[in-house]
Design a binder for this molecule. Sequence first.
Ligand code: PMP
Length: 402
Amino acid sequence: MSFFAGIPEAAPIEVFHMNNLYLQDTSANKVNLTIGAYRTEEGKPWVLPVVHNAEVALANDESLNHEYLPVLGFDAFSKAATALVLGEDNPAIAEGRAFGIQCLSGTGSLRLGAEFLHSQCKMDVVYVSKPTWGNHKLVFKTAGFKEVRDYTYWDATNRRVDIEGLIKDLEAAPERAVVILHGCAHNPTGMDPTQEQWKQICEVVKAKKLFTFFDIAYQGFASGDADADAWAIRYFVSQGVEMVVAQSFAKNFGLYNERVGNLTIVVNDKSTIAGIKSQASLCVRANWSNPPAHGARIVHKVLTTPALRQEWFDCIKAMSSRIKEMRAALKGHLESLGTPGTWTHITQQIGMFSYTGLNPDQCDQLIQKHKVYLLRDGRINLCGLNTKNVEYVAKAIDDVVR
Ligand code: PMP
């Protein structure tokens, strides 16, 4: 007899599974386009020099210790993170209507936001884009949401945002439904609404009394400009929309395993904040009790020290520029090979991913025949490309689509 008898084996988490298959592969020419992490031209992880410098400074700061942080985290970090996403001079900050809670990276921020909305605001229905990041549905279901529904997002034929379908679906959503919107660099499609389209989305969210939940995991990493990447969120705030924003510092600081995140909350009535903070404290207490300090100290130091902040801007420029170069190179090779189909979407999409349009069968062939690993929905991480392997990948794609 075992108390654990009968537990069925769950399907593997695709992105980690594919990454493991890549690691186990012994081929010399294998290419990893699976997991969403930045790689250098040499195919190596990158510790941002500015992060290294901040870590050295922190290691030598004898005023620091390893005492517990408060339940809601390192407040100066959350203030800096909130200012980064909303903009330093956002009236919502000046009016005391916006504040942050330090969470465990983007995922922990989503989880806290979901649990809070479910338990305190009695919200039960959440809408996610179709397709969306693989974890959204799991997080919201686990947090107690009864229904996770899709809203139309992707027009596969024209490889663009299906704004008509999106608006139609949101118009049909019930009042108080939560809508998850990717702040920038939509994962997996790499295609964001235009500013005009964001305005339409904001209109329907307001008219139908939907609740806005932004997820921003790529601020600055997407375009190289942290302000430009936060445009949609700032626009919604300017329109008087209440919201929560899950912020991740995994990609833009290269701090994947430090789990640095922030949940920014913007309210219309600041007298609600004491209640929100006290109830959020209980949610956090029941989950991780209080967050880790190291990564939040790094991000805080960088964002609040002008010279380091500038150095960080240079780092995100370097990462996003390399990705853009790889987009252009991949598209260029496919076009010069005369590969059937159109490939302009590769350079129209932003962020680390391209939703290539390759079908599952073509993806399987890329993996098995050419050792080019990607997700079966055709999503590739451009960071896995470099000047040495991009032509090989283009030739492999050419082979499987012919
Ligand atoms: N949301 C989206 C859309 C993402 O792509 C990611 C990272 N893959 C996250 C949230 C959060 O990731 P993390 O928990 O590592 O910050």
